[in-house]
Design a protein around this ligand. Structure first.
Ligand code: PLP
Length: 449
């Protein structure tokens, strides 16, 4: 594609005229005008190409413009572009079947939403109605979406401006050995103490007041803290002991990201409800949902479920999901993500950690990795303070600028960079990304002490 800076300037001017952007001070942003994308790359109007190590917002698990998914959407648009949710539609039933066959245990009924936050809202609603209890426990260092209950469940600073006590949310600490809230020094200690902390939180809140515990199976935006052995099965046992619904949020970790269809498989745990979105159809058309266990589905066998959405199970979104799941099977995308984790990204990132004083810890699996950047490996002081902005965030900004200069679009959250490329990124492209990270980390190294 020929560069066309003038066209790029016009696209940006039009954006600034009328588009109101997420999470931003509207007068302080300068969004890149994107001209196109394919596979793991996107490009601007000035001729710059970027290797996307973010998969958008960690959702294009099969990369951009997969021809089979694009064709399936086009075909569905020609056949039946839309239809209301109360009717039985072939492509909706097929998407639900393909999802239910891959979700763990008896999560066999699918309630479709337009995205992750709505999935979380509805999972919580189901749990409250099923138990007749008001509260929900969620973890600090989590993200569950930006709608009313979902943002209150979220355990990061994005919650603060929208916080309300009426949400009935109580936060607790989940395991994170590198920055342990429990002074633990081993994974076993971290698991044991995190579970004891959760059980005492339940006791002091009153088990009879708690509808659900929600956790990201592997927390994503908050730092890809792979839970230590025994933690999630321990939470499952606490939920069973106290009659609490266990919700796993797999909006980010699901659909191949961790090298399994769902991250829950790694930990031998089956929740009562599981939320999904993003990778279900790589976000080609907005889609999310809740996978529901037999027990909770039965609550609504004769009693109406009081929730719904105009576009629930939209035919275009479902056609994209059916095509995406077939592509992932045919092209062994889940197996490839596992391979990347074990043989390319895992070893490559650990090698970077050895050579760069700014890398405190590497953690993750599949195509789902975080580098915890530090000022000093001994003290583990984060490279920038929690929720830093402006000057205080300069080291991370310098790291990000260096990555982009090297053709890599990096995922950055606080003092971390995440390597979260498309799950079908080639080995050669992944290595290209590692090389660009290597160069950018040298800039982060300048801020270590
Ligand atoms: N849950 C998790 C774990 C997420 O990562 C996200 C989005 O990043 C959401 C929920 C919210 O999804 P959405 O932005 O589609 O509403």
């Amino acid at each position: 594609v020929e560069p066309d800076p003038q066209a790029g300037a016009a696209v940006k001017a039009a954006d600034r005229a009328h588009v109101f952007h997420s999470w931003s001070a509207q007068g302080l942003i300068d969004p890149l005008a994107v001209a196109g994308a394919e596979g793991s790359y996107f490009w601007d109007y000035d001729g710059n190409h970027y290797l996307d190590f973010t998969s958008g917002l960690v959702y294009t698990n099969i990369g951009y413009q997969h021809p089979k998914v694009v064709a399936a959407i086009q075909e569905q648009a020609g056949k039946l572009a839309t239809f209301a949710p109360a009717f039985a539609i072939d492509v909706r039933s097929e998407a639900a079947r393909l999802i239910a066959e891959r979700t763990p245990g008896d999560l066999d009924k699918i309630f479709f939403t337009n995205g992750g936050a709505e999935a979380v809202e509805n999972a919580v609603r189901m749990a409250r109605l099923h138990t007749g209890r008001p509260k929900v426990l969620s973890a600090y260092r989590s993200y569950h979406g930006a709608t009313s209950t979902a943002i209150n469940l979220t355990g990061d600073p994005r919650r603060w401006p929208s916080d309300t006590a009426a949400a009935g949310v109580v936060h607790f600490w989940a395991p994170y050995l590198y920055r342990s809230a429990f002074y633990a020094t081993t994974e076993a200690e971290e698991t044991e103490r995190a579970l004891a902390h959760l059980e005492s939180t339940i006791a002091f809140e009153g088990p009879q007041t708690i509808a659900a515990i929600i956790l990201e199976t592997v927390p994503g935006t908050a730092g890809i803290m792979t839970p230590p052995p025994g933690y999630l099965t321990g939470v499952r046992e606490l939920c069973d002991k106290y009659g609490i619904v266990f919700i796993l949020d797999e909006v980010m970790a699901g659909f191949g990201r961790t090298g399994k269809w769902f991250a829950a498989e790694h930990f031998d745990v089956v929740p009562d409800l599981m939320t999904f979105a993003k990778g279900v159809n790589s976000g080609y058309v907005p889609l999310g949902g809740v996978a529901i266990s037999e027990k909770i589905a039965a609550t609504f066998d004769t009693r109406p479920y009081p929730g719904g959405l105009t576009y629930s199970g939209h035919p275009l979104a479902c056609a994209a999901a059916v095509a995406t799941i077939h592509v992932m099977e045919d092209e062994k995308v889940v197996e490839h993500a596992a391979h990347l984790g074990e043989h390319v990204l895992g070893p490559g990132l650990r090698d970077l950690a050895e050579r760069h004083p700014s890398v405190g810890e590497v953690r993750g699996m599949g195509a789902f990795w975080a580098l915890d950047l530090v000022k000093n490996k001994e003290t583990r002081e984060p490279l920038v303070p929690y929720n830093a902005a402006g000057e205080a965030n300069a080291p991370m900004a310098a790291f990000g600028a260096a990555a982009k200069k090297n053709g890599l679009w990096p995922f950055i959250n606080m003092n971390r960079t995440h390597a979260v490329p498309a799950c079908n990124i080639s080995e050669a492209e992944a290595k290209e990304g590692l090389a660009a990270l290597d160069a950018a980390l040298s800039v982060a190294d300048e801020h270590t002490v």
